[in-house]
Design a protein around this ligand. Structure first.
Ligand SMILES: [Zn+2]
Length: 277
C-alpha cells in the first residue's frame, strides 16, 4: 500500500470574508460546523485562525479555546493546528493561544513579502514562539514561503529548537513571494529528502494554484492542504460551496494517484503526535 496522504483543511485564514465567499466560516460555531464537514470528507488536520464578529482577524485566546473545545467534541481525533501567523496579531500576541496546548501550531521562521506588506518574522520572535511551543508541547508546522525558510527550519530542528518531528509546509503562489513553480517545488522536495530524510512535508497553493499544488504534493509522496483560507473557488466561475468541497477534490486526486487518505490516527502516528485525548 502506498503511503497515506494527510489532508489539512485551512478553514478560515485571516483574509477572506463572506463578501468573497459566503461559505467562509467566521464565528466559532460556523468554524466547527465547516470543519466537521471537511473532517467527514477526509481532513485529518484543521488549520485555524479566529475572527472577530466583524470578520477582522483576532488572536483572542478565549476564541481559540472555544474552537478547540468544539472541534474536540465534534471531530474526534482530528489534529488541531492553530495559526501563529502575523496577520492576526503583533509580536508575542501571536503565540497567546499556545498554553491551550493544541496538537500543532504554524510557525514562520523567516520573513518575506506578502501582497501588500512585509511579512515580518524577526529571529527573536521566531525563537520565542518556538520556545513557547516546546514549553507547551505543541508541534510546529513550518510555513515555508521561500527556500531559505526550509533550510532555516532544518537548522532549527537540528539545534533542537523545535518540538517534535520536523514538518514543513511549502506555500506557493502568494503574490510577491514564491510562485507555484514546479521546478522549485521539485527542488524543495529534493532538499527535504537529502537534508532531512526523517521529516515529513506538505504543500499548499494559493488561489487557482491550490489544485495544482495539491496534485504535485500527492504525486510526489507528500501531504497537502486545501480550504477557503487559501482559495475560495472551484474554478474561475464557481465559488467553492464549502471547505469540504475543496477537501473532496484533494481526496479525489489521492484516489487517482492511489494514495489512501490518512485517518486522524494514521496522521498522528506519521507525525509522531500524542494520541487524541
Ligand atoms: Zn493560516
Amino acid at each position: 500500500m502506498s503511503k497515506p496522504c494527510i489532508l489539512c483543511v485551512a478553514i478560515t485564514g485571516s483574509l477572506p470574508t463572506k463578501a468573497n465567499n459566503p461559505a467562509v466560516p467566521i464565528t466559532v460555531s460556523e468554524q466547527v460546523e465547516s470543519t466537521h464537514e471537511a473532517f467527514e470528507a477526509g481532513a485529518a488536520i484543521c488549520h485555524a485562525h479566529v475572527r472577530n464578529d466583524d470578520q477582522t482577524p483576532s488572536s483572542d485566546p478565549e476564541k481559540f479555546a472555544r474552537l478547540k473545545e468544539g472541534l474536540e467534541a465534534h471531530c474526534p481525533g482530528m489534529i488541531i493546528q492553530f495559526s501563529t501567523g502575523g496577520r492576526s496579531g503583533a509580536g508575542q500576541e501571536r503565540g497567546g493561544m499556545l498554553p491551550l496546548r493544541p496538537d500543532m501550531a504554524s510557525l514562520s521562521v523567516g520573513s518575506n513579502n506578502f501582497p501588500t506588506r512585509v511579512y515580518e518574522n524577526p529571529p527573536d520572535l521566531v525563537d520565542w514562539l518556538a520556545d513557547e511551543m516546546r514549553t507547551h508541547e505543541v508541534m510546529p508546522e513550518i510555513e515555508a514561503f521561500d527556500l531559505s525558510h526550509i533550510l532555516q527550519a532544518i537548522r532549527m530542528h537540528r539545534e533542537e529548537k523545535l518540538y517534535g518531528k520536523l514538518y514543513v509546509q511549502f506555500v506557493m503562489g502568494v503574490k510577491n513571494a514564491m510562485p507555484a513553480d514546479q521546478t522549485v517545488f521539485d527542488f524543495y522536495v529534493e532538499t527535504m529528502r537529502s537534508r532531512a530524510p526523517e521529516a515529513e512535508w506538505c504543500a499548499a497553493g494559493i488561489g487557482a494554484n491550490q489544485i495544482v499544488v495539491n496534485e504535485w504534493a500527492i504525486a510526489a509522496g507528500g501531504h497537502t492542504r486545501a480550504g477557503l483560507e487559501d482559495n475560495v473557488r472551484l474554478d474561475r466561475d464557481t465559488l467553492a460551496p464549502s471547505n469540504a468541497a475543496l477537501i473532496r477534490r484533494a481526496a479525489e486526486l489521492c484516489a487517482r494517484y492511489e494514495r489512501p487518505v490518512a485517518t486522524p490516527a494514521q496522521a498522528r502516528r506519521m507525525l509522531g503526535l500524542r494520541p487524541a485525548t
